[in-house]
Ligand binder design. Structure first.
Ligand code: FES
Length: 64
């Protein structure tokens, strides 16, 4: 699923940035990819993907 149409960035790429770069918010995400610097419409959805990924990881590590 595309989150950022302007740069063709998918939710998978954002998830990957959270997992490999420890991205926790939009500012940090922008350090690793160009997302959000064109029209900015994707910011809200990108933040949700970040939040969901962090939540998933927390659940996963609690269960493990
Ligand atoms: S959709 Fe991400 S900057 Fe436009």
């Amino acid at each position: 699923m595309f989150v950022c149409m302007c740069y063709g960035i998918t939710d998978k790429q954002i998830k990957n940035a959270v997992e490999t770069h420890g991205v926790g918010n939009i500012r940090e995400l922008k350090n690793v990819m160009a997302l959000g610097s064109q029209c900015g419409k994707c910011i809200e959805l990108a933040q949700q993907v970040i939040d969901n990924t962090i939540m998933d990881e927390t659940l996963f590590s609690d269960a493990g």
